[in-house]
Design a binder for this molecule. Structure first.
Ligand SMILES: Cc1cc2nc3c(=O)[nH]c(=O)nc-3n(C[C@H](O)[C@H](O)[C@H](O)COP(=O)(O)O)c2cc1C
Length: 179
Protein backbone atom coordinates (compact mmCIF):
# COMPACT_ATOMS: atom_id res chain seq x y z
CA UNK A 1 0.00 0.00 0.00
CA UNK A 2 1.44 3.37 -1.00
CA UNK A 3 0.36 6.56 0.76
CA UNK A 4 1.17 10.05 -0.51
CA UNK A 5 0.95 13.05 1.84
CA UNK A 6 0.48 16.69 0.84
CA UNK A 7 1.12 19.39 3.49
CA UNK A 8 -0.31 22.89 3.07
CA UNK A 9 2.33 24.32 5.43
CA UNK A 10 5.93 24.84 4.33
CA UNK A 11 7.01 25.80 7.87
CA UNK A 12 9.88 23.72 9.26
CA UNK A 13 8.15 23.49 12.67
CA UNK A 14 4.67 23.06 11.20
CA UNK A 15 2.11 21.51 13.54
CA UNK A 16 0.48 20.04 10.44
CA UNK A 17 3.88 18.55 9.62
CA UNK A 18 3.86 16.96 13.09
CA UNK A 19 0.39 15.54 12.42
CA UNK A 20 1.54 14.23 9.05
CA UNK A 21 4.72 12.58 10.41
CA UNK A 22 2.80 11.03 13.31
CA UNK A 23 -0.01 9.77 11.08
CA UNK A 24 2.40 8.18 8.61
CA UNK A 25 4.35 6.53 11.44
CA UNK A 26 1.14 4.85 12.60
CA UNK A 27 0.69 2.86 9.38
CA UNK A 28 2.52 0.01 7.70
CA UNK A 29 2.03 1.70 4.34
CA UNK A 30 4.97 2.91 2.28
CA UNK A 31 4.73 6.68 2.38
CA UNK A 32 6.10 9.76 0.68
CA UNK A 33 5.58 13.48 1.20
CA UNK A 34 5.16 15.61 -1.92
CA UNK A 35 7.36 18.69 -2.29
CA UNK A 36 4.69 21.33 -2.92
CA UNK A 37 7.17 24.19 -2.47
CA UNK A 38 8.96 23.15 -5.68
CA UNK A 39 5.91 23.70 -7.87
CA UNK A 40 5.69 26.77 -10.11
CA UNK A 41 2.57 28.90 -9.90
CA UNK A 42 -0.22 27.25 -11.83
CA UNK A 43 -0.45 28.64 -15.35
CA UNK A 44 -2.57 26.89 -17.99
CA UNK A 45 -0.11 28.16 -20.62
CA UNK A 46 2.50 25.78 -19.12
CA UNK A 47 0.04 22.89 -19.21
CA UNK A 48 -0.79 22.22 -22.84
CA UNK A 49 -0.91 19.02 -24.88
CA UNK A 50 2.01 20.29 -26.99
CA UNK A 51 4.59 20.49 -24.20
CA UNK A 52 5.68 18.41 -21.22
CA UNK A 53 4.65 20.00 -17.90
CA UNK A 54 7.36 21.47 -15.64
CA UNK A 55 9.37 18.67 -13.98
CA UNK A 56 8.02 19.21 -10.41
CA UNK A 57 4.47 19.07 -11.80
CA UNK A 58 5.20 15.82 -13.66
CA UNK A 59 6.70 14.39 -10.44
CA UNK A 60 3.62 15.36 -8.41
CA UNK A 61 1.24 13.88 -10.98
CA UNK A 62 3.26 10.64 -11.06
CA UNK A 63 3.29 10.44 -7.25
CA UNK A 64 -0.49 10.91 -7.00
CA UNK A 65 -1.10 8.42 -9.80
CA UNK A 66 1.07 5.78 -8.10
CA UNK A 67 -0.42 6.30 -4.62
CA UNK A 68 -3.15 3.98 -3.36
CA UNK A 69 -4.39 6.79 -1.09
CA UNK A 70 -3.66 10.46 -0.46
CA UNK A 71 -3.47 12.23 2.90
CA UNK A 72 -3.99 16.00 2.67
CA UNK A 73 -2.88 17.86 5.80
CA UNK A 74 -3.21 21.62 6.07
CA UNK A 75 -3.51 24.73 8.20
CA UNK A 76 -6.05 27.43 7.45
CA UNK A 77 -4.88 30.87 6.33
CA UNK A 78 -7.38 33.75 6.44
CA UNK A 79 -10.30 31.31 6.48
CA UNK A 80 -8.96 29.65 3.34
CA UNK A 81 -6.70 26.98 1.90
CA UNK A 82 -2.99 27.97 1.88
CA UNK A 83 -1.89 29.08 -1.57
CA UNK A 84 0.81 26.43 -1.80
CA UNK A 85 -1.74 23.63 -1.45
CA UNK A 86 -4.40 25.18 -3.68
CA UNK A 87 -1.68 25.71 -6.29
CA UNK A 88 -0.80 22.01 -6.14
CA UNK A 89 -4.44 20.99 -6.50
CA UNK A 90 -4.88 23.38 -9.44
CA UNK A 91 -2.05 21.55 -11.27
CA UNK A 92 -3.95 18.29 -10.69
CA UNK A 93 -7.44 19.40 -11.76
CA UNK A 94 -7.04 18.74 -15.46
CA UNK A 95 -4.88 15.63 -15.31
CA UNK A 96 -7.28 13.28 -13.50
CA UNK A 97 -4.84 11.51 -11.13
CA UNK A 98 -7.28 12.17 -8.26
CA UNK A 99 -10.16 10.38 -9.99
CA UNK A 100 -11.66 7.93 -7.41
CA UNK A 101 -8.50 8.23 -5.26
CA UNK A 102 -9.22 7.47 -1.59
CA UNK A 103 -8.32 10.73 0.14
CA UNK A 104 -8.35 12.05 3.70
CA UNK A 105 -8.30 15.69 4.78
CA UNK A 106 -6.78 16.65 8.14
CA UNK A 107 -6.69 20.31 9.11
CA UNK A 108 -4.86 21.42 12.25
CA UNK A 109 -5.22 24.88 13.75
CA UNK A 110 -4.81 26.45 17.21
CA UNK A 111 -8.42 27.65 16.93
CA UNK A 112 -11.21 25.54 18.47
CA UNK A 113 -12.76 24.90 15.04
CA UNK A 114 -9.60 23.23 13.74
CA UNK A 115 -9.45 25.14 10.46
CA UNK A 116 -13.07 24.46 9.54
CA UNK A 117 -13.17 26.83 6.55
CA UNK A 118 -10.06 25.40 4.89
CA UNK A 119 -11.29 21.91 5.76
CA UNK A 120 -14.64 22.44 4.02
CA UNK A 121 -13.01 24.13 1.02
CA UNK A 122 -10.49 21.32 0.58
CA UNK A 123 -13.19 18.67 0.70
CA UNK A 124 -15.28 20.57 -1.84
CA UNK A 125 -12.33 21.08 -4.21
CA UNK A 126 -11.35 17.40 -3.94
CA UNK A 127 -14.96 16.33 -4.48
CA UNK A 128 -15.08 18.52 -7.60
CA UNK A 129 -11.86 16.78 -8.75
CA UNK A 130 -13.66 13.40 -8.34
CA UNK A 131 -11.44 12.23 -5.48
CA UNK A 132 -13.07 9.71 -3.17
CA UNK A 133 -12.98 11.74 0.05
CA UNK A 134 -13.36 9.26 2.91
CA UNK A 135 -15.44 11.11 5.54
CA UNK A 136 -14.46 8.73 8.36
CA UNK A 137 -10.79 9.50 7.67
CA UNK A 138 -11.14 13.32 7.86
CA UNK A 139 -10.47 15.36 10.99
CA UNK A 140 -10.42 18.96 12.25
CA UNK A 141 -7.65 18.96 14.84
CA UNK A 142 -7.17 21.69 17.43
CA UNK A 143 -4.27 22.90 19.55
CA UNK A 144 -1.72 20.46 18.15
CA UNK A 145 1.42 22.48 18.98
CA UNK A 146 1.17 21.93 22.78
CA UNK A 147 0.65 18.21 22.11
CA UNK A 148 3.88 17.95 20.12
CA UNK A 149 7.46 17.10 21.05
CA UNK A 150 9.53 19.90 19.46
CA UNK A 151 12.64 17.70 19.42
CA UNK A 152 11.07 15.08 17.16
CA UNK A 153 8.34 17.19 15.54
CA UNK A 154 5.76 14.53 16.32
CA UNK A 155 2.49 14.44 18.25
CA UNK A 156 2.79 12.97 21.75
CA UNK A 157 -0.82 13.22 22.97
CA UNK A 158 -2.22 9.66 23.27
CA UNK A 159 -5.83 10.65 22.46
CA UNK A 160 -4.77 12.47 19.29
CA UNK A 161 -2.60 9.53 18.24
CA UNK A 162 -5.51 7.14 18.82
CA UNK A 163 -7.74 9.35 16.70
CA UNK A 164 -5.13 9.57 13.93
CA UNK A 165 -4.78 5.79 13.96
CA UNK A 166 -8.55 5.43 13.51
CA UNK A 167 -8.56 8.00 10.69
CA UNK A 168 -5.67 6.34 8.85
CA UNK A 169 -7.25 2.91 9.24
CA UNK A 170 -10.42 4.22 7.58
CA UNK A 171 -8.39 5.63 4.69
CA UNK A 172 -6.33 2.48 4.17
CA UNK A 173 -9.38 0.22 4.45
CA UNK A 174 -11.02 2.25 1.68
CA UNK A 175 -7.84 1.99 -0.40
CA UNK A 176 -7.58 -1.78 0.18
CA UNK A 177 -11.01 -2.32 -1.35
CA UNK A 178 -9.70 -0.81 -4.61
CA UNK A 179 -6.62 -2.99 -5.02
C1 LIG B 1 -1.19 34.34 7.48
C2 LIG B 1 -1.87 33.47 8.51
C3 LIG B 1 -3.24 33.40 8.54
C4 LIG B 1 -3.89 32.55 9.45
N1 LIG B 1 -5.25 32.44 9.41
C5 LIG B 1 -5.86 31.53 10.21
C6 LIG B 1 -7.25 31.28 10.08
O1 LIG B 1 -7.96 31.87 9.30
N2 LIG B 1 -7.80 30.31 10.87
C7 LIG B 1 -7.06 29.59 11.77
O2 LIG B 1 -7.61 28.73 12.43
N3 LIG B 1 -5.74 29.84 11.93
C8 LIG B 1 -5.12 30.77 11.17
N4 LIG B 1 -3.78 31.02 11.29
C9 LIG B 1 -3.04 30.33 12.35
C10 LIG B 1 -2.52 29.00 11.87
O3 LIG B 1 -3.55 28.03 12.01
C11 LIG B 1 -1.31 28.60 12.72
O4 LIG B 1 -0.26 29.52 12.51
C12 LIG B 1 -0.86 27.19 12.42
O5 LIG B 1 0.08 26.82 13.38
C13 LIG B 1 -0.25 27.08 11.04
O6 LIG B 1 -0.04 25.74 10.73
P1 LIG B 1 1.41 25.08 10.80
O7 LIG B 1 1.83 25.04 12.25
O8 LIG B 1 1.21 23.71 10.25
O9 LIG B 1 2.35 25.91 9.97
C14 LIG B 1 -3.13 31.83 10.38
C15 LIG B 1 -1.73 31.96 10.37
C16 LIG B 1 -1.11 32.75 9.44
C17 LIG B 1 0.41 32.83 9.42
Amino acid sequence: MQLLALNGSLRARSSNGAVLRSALALTDATSAVADLGALPHFNPDLDTEDAAPPAPVAALRRAVAEADAVLVVSPEYAHGVPGVLKNALDWLVGSAEFLDKPTAVLTASPSPAGGEYAHAQLRETLRMMSADVIADACRNLTAIAPKTDPATGTVTDPATLRDLRTALAALLTAAATRT
